[in-house]
Design a protein around this ligand. Structure first.
Ligand code: URA
Length: 204
């Protein structure tokens, strides 16, 4: 008799996908991270906002966008009148990547391999949430969603097709605003706010 091995059961709901992701070992980032940071928001949201990966605070609290960059994002969302109830917030990579330095944990950007491994989860999340529009914050999210690794300078503010066909507005990551000198930070903030206002109008 031929034994047919059972495929691993695919999660059938968004909540089940989140539970399964909590024990993910698809890449090595799970070993040093505290926990998987799954998306949060309205599971039927018309707008999905995708960041890069959890940072130190997100890793400790188990929620996306609660650290300094996340607080800035939430502030801009409120400022442009985008209803948080209309959004699902998530990341291209679900585990924090860092280098220990004394008692500190220095944030590291996930590499392309890690982004590709974790796309399995983002793709699932996208099938369940099925947003009408997605905003990609920064190059890692843009790469994960579209497969295009090109720098963002020429792409920011434009809509590209995600691999699954979903329209995806490319914008800056809020952490860029925190790193830039003040004049550049001001214009990057205005651009991110403008893009989020565009997103609000498009889903309106
Ligand atoms: N930066 C991200 O890309 N995602 C978060 O959840 C927090 C900070």
């Amino acid at each position: 008799r031929v034994r047919i091995s059972q495929p691993t059961a695919q999660p059938t709901t968004l909540a089940e996908a989140g539970q399964k992701a909590a024990t993910c070992t698809r890449c090595d980032l799970c070993h040093a991270a505290t926990q998987t940071v799954w998306g949060e928001g309205n599971p039927d949201a018309p707008l999905m906002i995708v960041g890069e990966a959890p940072g130190d605070q997100e890793d400790l609290q188990g929620r996306p966008f609660v650290g300094p960059a996340g607080q800035l994002l939430r502030e801009i969302i409120a400022e442009v009148g985008l209803d948080p109830e209309q959004t699902w917030l998530t990341n291209a990579v679900k585990h924090f990547k860092y280098t220990p330095r004394g008692r500190q944990r220095l944030h590291q950007n996930p590499n392309r391999g890690e982004i590709q491994h974790c796309r399995w989860w983002l793709d699932l999340e996208r099938r369940f949430v099925s947003p009408r529009l997605t905003v990609a914050l920064g190059a890692s999210a843009a790469f994960s969603l579209t497969g295009n690794p090109a720098p963002l300078t020429a792409r920011r503010g434009k809509i590209e097709a995600a691999r699954d066909g979903g329209p995806t507005l490319i914008s800056w990551h809020p952490s860029l605003i925190l790193r830039l000198p003040s004049a550049d930070a001001r214009s990057a903030r205005q651009e991110l706010a403008g893009d989020l206002a565009t997103a609000a109008a498009l889903i309106g």
